[in-house]
Write a new protein. Structure first.
Length: 81
C-alpha cells in the first residue's frame, strides 16, 4: 500500500470522527475550534494528495465540500462569540 493511501485513509477517518463529535458537542466552543483546525489541516492534506497523485482534478469536489462545511462552522462559531 502506498503512503499516500495510508495518509488519505487516516485523514478521512479523523475527519469522520471529529465531524461526528462536532455534531454532538455543539455547545462546546473549545471543541468546535479544535474541530475547525483539525478539519482544515486534513482538507489540506487531501487536496495535496489528490493534486499530486491524480490527473483528474474532479476528485477535488469532496475536499471543496468539506471546506464549505468548515466555513459554515466558522460562521457559527463567530455568531456564538
Amino acid at each position: 500500500m502506498n503512503i499516500a493511501y495510508i495518509v488519505a485513509i487516516i485523514s478521512v477517518l479523523l475527519l469522520l470522527i471529529f465531524s461526528a463529535l462536532s455534531f454532538t458537542k455543539t455547545d462546546n466552543l473549545r471543541f468546535q475550534l479544535i474541530y475547525v483546525v483539525v478539519a482544515t489541516f486534513n482538507i489540506g492534506i487531501l487536496v495535496s494528495i489528490i493534486t499530486i497523485n491524480y490527473g483528474n482534478q474532479s476528485a477535488l469536489i469532496w475536499p471543496a465540500l468539506l471546506f464549505i462545511h468548515v466555513t459554515n462552522k466558522v460562521r457559527e462559531i463567530y455568531k456564538f462569540l
